[in-house]
Design a protein around this ligand. Structure first.
Ligand code: GUN
Ligand code: FE
Length: 476
């Protein structure tokens, strides 16, 4: 299968917004970004006379004027933003979004999740579900996703094929679970789990030999569902292949108790992963809510990453991860939808929720004394910070910080075109008169427009989405 590539050089003109650092968005107006036919950003000119800049850039790049496609933002209401990175998402759970009732993690897994995942051994059903999941996440601006699939190799390989043909950058995890699962949904043995994982790696190697768009990711589901042999075997496989790895940690109190019971000699949940060789710089840990100080320090020392999934953590009443505390320890953090623990395919929703739940946090050690307010304020994440987690932070977590997450020469054109006027959707004629014919978006400063987008925006604002320069979603 060959992926259709943009056959043209492209230039994008107008307003570009991206994260310069954790706390600072950068607003680039009157800017030209040139992207070559391989999808790489090859030149950027800011604050320029666009016509003149384009001519100079074309001359510098040796581009002919007639084989270039040009995309422009509409002044003041549209901007380019880096594509979102979903660092933790379960594609087979897509049909269950919004269905969780009063359940918490362990009964939610048994009631809703395992039956749905098991049912995707039907390839026609897997095709329908995975196609819809990819279409919806692309429509919400997710250009890169770290997916958990299921234990079924054929269906997992199909998810890889679909991401490749629909053009989403993706990590595809064949889920390993050979312990404590239900009879109808469990690996027979560690050997079988490892052989199935290798089969998916080989399939993806045939699809995309250098893993440029689609890559395998080693996926032990979580400590309670994995035998020691499986974790050790995945550790070995990782040493051979250098592939990334993903799992869950410290999401729920009953889960933590279960880990203590299964591994009575381990110092902690994080220590289980460390003991069996899978806590390292390539590991993405989802949730990380109830970590002890020692566990967080160990994770920082091993340079493992964290996928923060605030929508899921609220839905399943799991708790609130202390993102500032993790960041202050030097741990890299991105955002995850965790569908269907999370009810939304949108990383914008995850960013919004990350900001809101951080407002309720007190930093560890924060007491009801005169330091309290200061501690609370410190834990709060800003709009700029959650957008960083959604893009650059996510890129670090999936090991692609030099390739995606911002607009820089040498990076890939993984981007979205946002139109602020799409939401609130329509302004009645009367509103035009009361507002003096001023658009509902338009009078604000740019940082206020971005705040409106974060708190009110949805997929209607996402007009176009590109991955590696290829247009993968658009709406009029
Ligand atoms: N822990 C183990 N499996 C899962 C899962 O599918 N979702 C979430 N949120 N936590 C898990
Ligand atoms: Fe999850």
């Amino acid at each position: 299968m060959t992926l259709s590539k943009p056959d043209k050089n492209q230039v994008f003109l107008g307003t570009f917004i991206h994260s310069k650092s954790l706390g600072e968005l950068e607003y680039l107006h009157n800017t030209a970004v040139c992207v070559d036919a391989s999808g790489k950003i090859v030149a950027i000119e800011t604050n320029c006379n666009q016509q003149k800049a384009v001519e100079t850039l074309y001359a510098r790049l040796g581009w002919s004027l007639d084989n270039v496609s040009v995309t422009l933002t509409r002044d003041g209401r549209q901007f380019f933003f880096p594509g979102f990175v979903d660092t933790h998402v379960h594609a087979p759970q897509y049909p269950n979004i919004g269905i969780f009732g009063k359940s918490t993690l362990l009964d939610w897994l048994n009631t809703y999740t395992f039956p749905m995942e098991a049912s995707l051994s039907s390839i026609p059903k897997a095709r329908r579900v995975y196609t819809q999941c990819i279409r919806q996440t692309l429509a919400h601006g997710t250009t890169t996703a770290a997916y958990y699939a299921t234990i079924d190799v054929d269906a997992t390989n199909l998810l890889a094929d679909l991401c490749y043909s629909m053009g989403q950058r993706a990590f595809i995890g064949r889920v390993c679970m050979d312990h404590l699962g239900p009879d109808y949904y469990i690996d027979e043995s560690a050997d079988q789990a490892l052989a199935a994982t290798r089969a998916t790696i080989e399939h993806i190697r045939r699809l995309d030999s250098n893993f440029e768009l689609v890559s395998p990711i080693l996926t032990p589901r979580f400590a309670p569902a994995c035998s020691v042999e499986t974790m050790r075997g995945l550790s070995e496989l990782q040493k051979q292949t250098q592939l990334p790895m993903q799992t869950h940690i410290s999401e729920n109190m009953d889960e933590i108790e279960l880990v203590k019971k299964i591994f009575p000699n381990s110092k902690s949940y994080a220590d289980v992963y460390d003991t069996y060789g899978i806590l390292n710089e390539k590991m993405i840990l989802a949730h990380a809510i109830h970590l002890t100080e020692e566990e967080a320090d160990l994770i920082a020392e091993r340079n493992s990453k964290v996928a923060h999934c605030p929508v899921s953590n609220s839905a399943l009443s799991s708790g609130v991860a202390r993102v500032r505390w993790l960041l202050d320890k030097g741990i890299q953090v991105g955002l995850g939808t965790d569908m269907s623990g999370g009810y939304s395919p949108s990383i914008l929703e995850a960013a919004r929720h990350a900001k809101l739940v951080s407002n309720h946090l007190v930093m560890p050690g924060g007491q009801l004394d005169n330091l309290w307010q200061e501690e609370r304020d410190k834990a709060k994440l800003s709009v700029d910070e959650v957008l960083y987690l959604a893009t650059r932070g996510g890129a670090q977590v999936v090991g692609l910080a030099d390739k995606i997450g911002a607009f820089e020469v040498g990076m890939q054109w993984d981007a979205q075109l946002i139109d602020l006027n799409a939401v609130p959707a329509e302004i009645a004629e009367d509103d035009f008169t009361t507002h003096g014919n001023v658009d509902i978006f338009g009078w604000e400063k740019w940082d206020e427009r971005i705040a409106k987008w974060v708190f009110n925006g949805d997929s209607r604002n996402t007009k176009k989405v590109w991955v590696r320069g290829r247009l993968v979603h658009q709406q009029t």
